[in-house]
Design a protein around this ligand. Sequence first.
Ligand code: UDX
Length: 444
Amino acid sequence: MTMRLSVFGTGYLGATHAAGMAELGHEVIGVDIDPAKIERLARGEVPFFEPGLPELLRKHVESGRLRFTTDAAEAVDFADVHFIGVGTPQKKGEYAADMRFVDSVIETIAPLLTRPAVILGKSTVPVGTAARLAARVREIAPVGEDAQLGWNPEFLREGFAVEDTLRPDRLVLGVDTEHPGRIEEVARQVYADALARETPMVVTDLATAELVKVSANAFLATKISFINAVAEICEATGADVVDLADAIGYDARIGRKFLGAGLGFGGGCLPKDIRAFMARADELGTGHALRFLREVDDVNLRRRDHVVDLAAREVGGSLNGARIAVLGAAFKPNSDDVRDSPALDISGRLHLAGADVRVFDPEAMPNAAAIWPTLPFARNAEEACAEADLVIVATEWKEFRELDPAVVGAAVSQRTVIDGRNCLPAQAWIDAGWRYLGLGRYAS
Ligand code: UDX
């Protein structure tokens, strides 16, 4: 059944969700306060890099099933279900999440609700937020109790956002247990396509739905920091963390995914979500329960220090004047996102320490340059590596994994590579005469 949906917020989450819902057959209107973003989206242009999204967006802008506006009243008038997909970034100088964008969407749309409507929050929020917002909506919406709010967290990964939206591995819906209303019925209609494929759907209370999201990200961050902590031990003993991860990963209870040791996690979600989770636990008087996440954060950040120290050691002790190629600026491949990117962090630190850094990334250089305008960028990997004393692979883009070590070897002045993502075929590089340093493996 075709439904009329609005999506507030058109960043990575909102724009992908809007296009995905149109693909499922719904009529969708995307809303944002940024007119420049809306203008581009309305022309069928995606303002960020996400594989598959430009095609999907254009298809549905052309079919007329998807349109964009800055006018909240137009969207509320058009749609019966309103998704909230705005950001909840880390507050400046604090661990807690900044809720101002979510609050502002509620304050904007609730007073406009003059007929029954369902609001489904997708943004990652501190536990307790949805109950507060549900009460606020009932209080200020002209339809009162017929304006209902549920929480429907999103688990999409950048780089796979379209796939994760169209074919999610699970759906989670938080319902206000005292005011269940039509929320579950409406959500089942919206996601009829996924449900017909027997996608599991967990229907629960609001607090649990909010906690599912942060717990999932805290678990993933912990898994990465676990293997990176073991990498530190491997470095002290000459053991190999990649073989170790393969071996423990065969245990189905452990699994090999997210055991990639290297420069650690970054991006717009994992780092800020574990910090907001800790901040919320402190507010609830249960800070002790999540104290280990502080350690998870520290292990993660120590990997960046380690690569900078390793780089200094490899160029003879002082970074000042050393020519260093950094391949990668995005926080992970298939993304142009540089938020809390380990790759960009180490580039900036090497640059500030006086190194003659040349950074190349296939997609993220405009975003990287906006944050670090003084960093020198190269036009391609070859240019970055020319005459380099050291090459650091900081993001595992396919084109870096497939570099020919002989060709790169002919361009550099010193054949030393730090594989910050343990993504290169180590033996091929060693055979081509390189000193190869993985993280948690081979003499690192
Ligand atoms: C994450 C969650 O996976 C997703 O479910 C949630 O909705 C949003 O946050 P994303 O931030 O897109 O998604 O990236 P993800 O693929 O989880 O990677 C996060 C970081 O961890 C990246 O910097 C990546 O390089 C790093 N990582 C991942 C590792 O260092 N090792 C690994 O084994 C896996």
